[in-house]
Write a new protein. Structure first.
Length: 323
């Protein structure tokens, strides 16, 4: 039996060393919907959709997602296009934790895909994400070329899913990873596909579509971003970010506690990612760019959203509107 099949087996067998991981996971992995504080939809609630290529991409905007879901009482859903099974080189550290041969199993891709779906569901529970839609596309591994995923994925199906979610979900905000030329090609592909779907909506129905990039406080300001070459739909309203959120902003539950804690919780759920945890843990500022595809209606929604989010702030010095 393959390692992945053993991992899936529902019943406990004391002689199966792999069984511990799924037993523990089942106990700690309730449906994320049960953790959504919101009982019913309300027209005044912020509704946001994250569209990401990989389980762990949600960590880039973790502080703002937490603020929307938990502190502004909003609704956040997410689309995860792949199960993130492509990269295993830094998973060695997690082998002891999961008690699984993540880097050497013959079916390690299947195994990693299952584990990474679990990891993003646990992160979603922390963030207060309501619905997660997994599109099950192949994670073909690292590339800097957006065209690679256009070849590997069922693009038509992704487009259909995004169209219907955007049409029926009536989101105020769509959050993407900023599709720079230096980021993973899958992030670029997902941004281009999502922004095409946003641009197809009736102008008055368009959400504010934003790209996020996090940087370390000590680092220089992020480079400007105007558009990804070859994908004009990714054009931003300005090369500079329209908003910055400092993760050291105090949480509403206690002035001594800040959003960095929540970000650390989220990052820590992605134990199979390894290197990512060192890198992401250093970042303190979430920078947001507004895409032109949002149109006037989306831009107006963004102004209202910023107002709603800043009203929640305990430290106006920490939330900078740089528009
Ligand atoms: Zn990613």
């Amino acid at each position: 039996m393959s390692t992945a099949a053993r991992f899936q087996r529902p019943r406990h067998r004391s002689d199966d060393r792999f069984q511990w991981s799924i037993t523990a996971s089942a106990a700690m992995w309730p449906d994320a919907a049960a953790f959504t504080a919101v009982a019913a939809e309300d027209d005044r609630q912020i509704k946001a959709l994250l569209v990401n290529a990989h389980p762990d991409d949600e960590s880039e905007s973790a502080a703002v997602v937490y603020r929307i879901a938990h502190e502004c009482g909003g609704i956040v859903d997410q689309v995860v296009v792949t199960n993130g099974e492509g990269g295993h080189q830094y998973a060695a550290l997690a082998e002891a934790y999961y008690r699984l041969p993540l880097t050497t199993a013959a079916d390690r891709r299947e195994l990693l895909g299952q584990i990474r779906r679990e990891e993003v569901m646990r992160a979603s529970r922390i963030l207060g994400i309501r619905n997660s839609y997994f599109l099950g596309q192949l994670d073909t591994g690292m590339t800097l070329n957006a065209a690679d995923a256009f070849d590997a994925w069922d693009i038509r199906r992704i487009q259909q899913e995004l169209r219907s979610l955007l049409q029926f979900g009536k989101y105020d905000l769509v959050l993407l990873l900023l599709p720079t030329a230096h980021t993973h090609g899958h992030h670029q592909t997902v941004a281009a596909l999502t922004l095409e779907a946003v641009a197809e909506l009736e102008p008055e129905d368009r959400p504010a579509a934003l790209g996020v990039r996090t940087v370390a406080f000590a680092a220089e300001e992020p480079r400007g971003f105007s558009e990804l070459d070859g994908y004009p739909v990714t054009r931003t309203t300005s090369p500079e970010p329209v908003w910055v959120f400092d993760r050291r902003t105090p949480l509403s539950c206690h002035p001594s506690l800040d959003y960095g804690i929540v970000v650390n919780w989220v990052i820590a759920e992605h134990k199979s990612q390894g290197f990512f945890q060192m890198e992401l843990g250093r970042r303190t500022h979430e920078h947001f760019w507004l895409f032109e595809a949002s149109g006037e209606a989306g831009a107006a929604r963004w102004r209202e959203l910023v107002q709603a989010m800043e009203q929640q702030s305990h430290s106006r010095h920490s939330v900078q509107n740089v528009a």
